[in-house]
Write a protein that binds this ligand. Sequence first.
Ligand SMILES: [Zn+2]
Length: 614
Amino acid sequence: MKQYFFAAVLCTFSLIGFAQPDRWQQRANYKMDVELDVNTNRFQGTQKIDYYNNSPDTLTKVYYHLFLNAFQPGSMMDVRSRTIEDPDGRVKDRISKLSPDEIGYEKVISLKQNGKPVKHQTVGTILEVTLNKPIMPKSKVTLSMEFEGQVPVQIRRTGRDNKEGVRYSMSQWYPKLAEYDYEGWHPDPYVGREFYGIWGDFDVKLTLDAKYMVAATGYLQNAEQVGHGYEGIKKGKPKDGKLTWHFVAPEVHDFTFAADPDYQHKIVKMDDGPELHFFWKKDQGIDDVWNKLPAYLEQAIKYTNKRVGKYPYKVYNVVQGGDGGMEYGMLTLITGKRNLNSLVGVTVHEMLHSWFQFVLATNESLYAWMDEGFNSYIGNEIEAHVNGKENAHGGSYNSYFYVVKRGIEEPLSTHADHFERNAAYSIASYSKGAVFLHQLSYIMGQETFDKAFRRYYEEWKFKHPNVNDFMRIMEKESGLQLQWYKQYFVYSTKTVDYGVKNTFTEGDTTYITLERVGQMPMPTEVKVTLDNGDETTYYMPLRLMRGGKEKEIEGNWVQLSDWPWTHPTYTIAVPTKGTKLKRVEVDPTHKVADIDRSNNILEVSYVVEEGAGL
Ligand SMILES: [Zn+2]
């Protein structure tokens, strides 16, 4: 009873005390004007950033990302891609073979702080800026830059002329200010993995050949000038064969665009959701699948709006481009020559990143699993929902078991760039991240978890939640203590394995002894079946939880006293008067990532009484 009292106190406290997170975050509002020459594949532009230092710190330096510099022979990304244990087939040694007009680069022509030139130095993909005057806490500066760049041949995500002939896939293409948060600066050199950006508003003008159709993050401001399938009646003619496209994107942390002269453009308006824009190339034999895609996407958006929270922007773009599927603000770049299943699956995954990474903007380098894994979790559900599949998350569990068994698992807390293997990184972030949530829904109870998950979105949207922020919401909603779960499942590779040790009968009672074989503790559920057909599920919370979940399964369910993690075994007393024990099953719902299920079931056989010698 004490446990429940404690839980009730926690819930009340959370309502009064900590309803809103109060962590500061920086802000960067961008104004850019860029011209792209489709003959030389070079661009030049100006950029004005109003940078708000909302931190309590005085900043003497700032850092920018110059991602395109990664596409040069000898870059960190080049060497990393060639020397990692299991290279990415899309990259391998391709960067090392780029000629001078195929490489990517970004060059700073001039950089000013409040109108005065500042000292800066480019080191690979990072621009280091030594400020003239420190930026004081709670103050704003304007950083103005003139820059030029060359679009690399498409190798990874960004670039020109991808394998399907899309001319420009322009992600991570502009000088982008690095984020500064409570953990300090995040000037991670680009080696091909994850991103982290500052929240702000973007106002971008792109000028290029008038024949090109452009898809971009944000809302087009001058549809009547550009036409190309955007709403509005086209007036006037382009000057010098060029058109300027003006996009505004409020409350995002990245700006991406794609451009091609052979795109076709379809708009689908959802009743209660964003306007969906689809851009794919003509005459590639893919019209059929691309025309079928919108209906699936609408379903997935509706599902996620209910399950997680509402998609907050007015548009979402699905654009043929890139080298697979990749998420950007209000947009995905996806290769288009796919069968329907694959096109729908990848588009839904990338679209889900609008929730996990674009609105809940976790630092992907530190918490890749909080976007890829959370995304996979909802994606698994949507897939099961559409295909009428029962075990939505089985695939994620199996992948996780695979890295454990191969002995190549690294903790979820590993920085995304620093995993030893691509496989260890992807399975940790996509699969173990999904398992993290599904198992947590078992620990808290599904209903409480679902509520908490929506609360997480509501409280942390347009911010940078970390793992602790997430766990705190789970604790507040459930009234349970859950830090142990984070410590084991995120910061270590310890695994869960529970089993049935033995049973014996004394009088009218049968005693079942369970054991914790793995190093990681977990609340336990055991389904006990008697010979007379009676079934009861016994539930033992961990003492660390200071409480337990509510009953959530059909049939008899008994909560026993909690199981301290220090105790390797636990014995249950089952009344068996007039009947006998038939079957014991640990973790009957299979929600626990129990790495060895061979010791989970005990079937009792009673035909041995005649002295069969067993
Ligand atoms: Zn993803």
